[in-house]
Design a protein around this ligand. Sequence first.
Ligand code: ZN
Ligand code: ZN
Length: 340
Amino acid sequence: MICARYIFRCFKWLERLGDKVTGAAGPFFVGFAVLLLSTGTISFFDVIQPTLSLPLLTTPICSLIALNLIMHYYYACTVPPGFVEDPPREAEHGILWSKKNGPAKDRNLTGVQWSEEGSVKITKAMVTKCRKCGQLKPERTHHCRICNHCVLKYDHHCPVRINQCVGIHNERHFVMFMAYLVLSTFCFSILGYQQMFKALGVTFDSQSDWPYLMPQLPFILIYILSVVLCIAVSIMLSWHLWSICKGETSVEGQDHEVYRNVAKQRGDIFVNSYDLGKRKNLELFFNIGENGYPIYTLVLPLRISPYTDGRAWARRHGYERHRGIRHGEELTDEEDEEES
Ligand SMILES: [Zn+2]
Ligand SMILES: [Zn+2]
């Protein structure tokens, strides 16, 4: 028993050390990611783009994909995820901000609103107190050990790609960045394979010279990286989209698994009250549709506000809270602290 406790403490210590190392290394990871993204973009427009047919059509499409990729990465890294102590943010009206669809333009972002007939019902979140930072935290808020802040709709802390938390205000940009990364690396791999052979010195025509600004070696490395990233990020993106379809964040995915078992032991069924069905969950996440923003916000690199300020949540019809889990059984961020 003592031995198990000792091992557990060792693991906790290693985990904390890992947090510190990843926290400190974050800016270097981001610097490296910026270098790779810019080298990839230059490689594409220097080496691959000139070989495409219909340049009047393909050039604007490829430029739009590249612009979305870069801007969503920039937003995911720089838009604060939504710390609980920050005041509620209003949508802005600058050049980078999209305009909302008509009817719900002036709706208040906090509390119960637009719950008219047939529409989505949004109710205020339950609030508890964080034992680590003392802030009042609404449902779906979690304390991030690396940032040492409570984050609204905390998904996870991402040190490698964006060096900050993924929360309510940047989760959409994070997912859009992954989607455009998959699309751009897919295009790079499919459209650039002939140039890749050329860079390797394997050509079937008489022109074996390399008349491009980008040297062959970085092009070859970027091409290999594109293929690897396309596969790896596709898997991550699919997993994230599947979680969104279920109305869950990454943390909630793990918690709900536990709740499902607790409910099952009682002969009950766990029902996630944030799950409004796949289509509505996706609409709310990307905030498109009748009460949100126009659908073109999926293809233009614009800023938009989330459907809520993180202090009220859309609920499944007839549910004020999850079914199958009783008061006091909810998992909290403090659990692992108590054991250590
Ligand atoms: Zn906290
Ligand atoms: Zn964090």
